[in-house]
Design a protein around this ligand. Structure first.
Ligand code: SF4
Ligand code: SF4
Length: 404
């Protein structure tokens, strides 16, 4: 077919994992033994000629039974190996075999917390992996969770003692309502939160006004309605959607986020004094959504060779977003080496590049909060007809990140 597109790729060479992490979207697929056949990898690489490949997956890439050959097939690409670090001997082999390989260790949680959430960890083996990473191009990625925030300085000390270049912190996307308690980011934008935080009278009236609409009763008099309408007009003039439902659900979380931002600033200063690059996602939702995959021209390929817009859409799974359960259905365009798949990918990417024009504004819509809208329980379609839809994607709100 020849080279007619150059994509960066997240390639899932293994769907299998040796750990069982409580927050993993593929927990129910734990133990699944699926590996990308070498012939499939070769076809993908021949067709796409990727400049950069992230070996990722909701699985551990080093478990691939022909891992050395995988690396040989990828010799002309820059490779980022994302690993849970429990197979140091395979990581050592990888850095020896591939001339341009970066190791990204998914440590996820500081050692003092990890045992509560990651089943099957062997800390000694991870330390061995960090020794191999020392003084190479390397990073540690970790999650910001309520249980882990106070212990984040442990990660900085580890990164410093093993000479690791970068620490990447991401919010954790909850997969259940129970895990939503661990969420440290808020779905509110900072501007909406700050606007409503100083206007308790307006918020109080708005809650009662909403009850009038829903139940046809409520003690809102004409003077209060005037206050309400003036408030809504002012918000709209400032480009804010008057989403009182989201504020009611999230204000406590946003207050915590403000406190945590101060704490993270101190951590950032500490990282900088140690010579470690600290990258992190936001604790407040961005107002304009941007897909990190589309922006970097990155696609994802499943262990069977199928092309998806991102690694989150490689598989069916469930999240708990905006106070409701969200079933994410996989989006696959077909084999990555087929022209029709690439065309579908490009068409979807074009939509993602004009995000707010092409997907319904669920991130600011009052009906998304607590799942009041008929459309939000899954990503099948939104009220503007986008199908599938990325309308509530936490990656696009910069609340969580992925290896790109
Ligand atoms: S917006 Fe989110 S779900 Fe959609 S392609 Fe981008 S990362 Fe994936
Ligand atoms: S799909 Fe539902 S929640 Fe999203 S913008 Fe439309 S009405 Fe609002």
């Amino acid at each position: 077919m020849g080279r007619w597109i150059c994509l960066n790729l997240n390639i899932e060479i293994s769907s299998s994992c040796n750990l069982n992490c409580l927050y993993c979207p593929r927990r129910n697929a734990f133990g699944l033994e699926q590996f990308m056949p070498l012939g499939v990898l070769e076809r993908v690489v021949r067709a796409v000629e990727p400049e950069r490949v992230v070996l990722i997956g909701l699985g551990e890439p080093t478990l691939h039974p022909r891992f050395r050959e995988v690396l040989e097939v990828l010799r002309d690409s820059q490779v980022v190996l994302q690993t849970n670090g429990t197979f140091p001997e395979r990581v050592r082999m990888a850095v020896e075999v591939h001339p341009d390989l970066e190791v990204a260790l998914s440590l996820d949680l500081p050692p003092s917390v990890a045992g509560r959430f990651r089943i099957g960890l062997e800390p000694g083996r991870i330390e061995e992996t960090m020794r191999i990473m020392s003084r190479r191009r390397s990073s540690i990625s970790a999650l910001m969770m309520r249980s882990s925030m106070e212990a984040l300085p442990e990660l900085l000390s580890l990164a410093a003692s093993y000479d690791i270049e970068s620490l990447d912190l991401s919010g954790m996307v909850p997969i259940t309502e129970e895990l939503d308690e661990e969420r440290v980011f808020t779905f509110l934008s900072r501007r909406l939160f700050e606007y409503l935080e100083g206007r308790s009278e307006l918020v109080e009236i708005a809650y009662r006004a909403a009850r009038i609409v829903l139940d046809s009763w409520g003690p809102v008099d004409s003077n209060e309605l005037r206050v309400y309408e003036a408030g809504v007009r002012e918000m709209e003039a400032q480009g804010l959607t008057p989403n009182f439902a989201l504020y009611e659900m999230e204000a406590h979380r946003a207050r915590e986020a403000l406190r945590r931002e101060k704490y993270l600033r101190i951590l950032e200063e500490e990282a900088s004094s140690l010579g470690i690059r600290l990258k992190r996602t936001s604790l407040f939702a961005q107002e304009a959504r941007r897909c990190p995959y589309a922006e970097t021209e990155t696609g994802a390929v499943s262990a069977t060779g199928e092309l998806s817009p991102c690694y989150d859409l490689l598989h069916d799974h469930t999240y708990y977003l905006f106070g409701h359960e969200k079933r994410i259905k996989a989006v696959r365009f077909g084999p990555a080496w087929e022209r029709a798949s690439m065309e579908s990918y490009q068409a979807y990417r074009e939509k993602l590049l004009e995000f707010d024009r092409n997907f319904a504004p669920c991130h600011t819509c009052p009906f998304a909060a607590r799942g009041a809208c008929f459309f939000v329980p899954d990503n099948g379609v939104d009220c503007e007809g986008a199908s599938p839809t990325c309308s509530e994607c936490p990656f696009a709100l910069d609340l969580v990140s992925c290896s790109l």
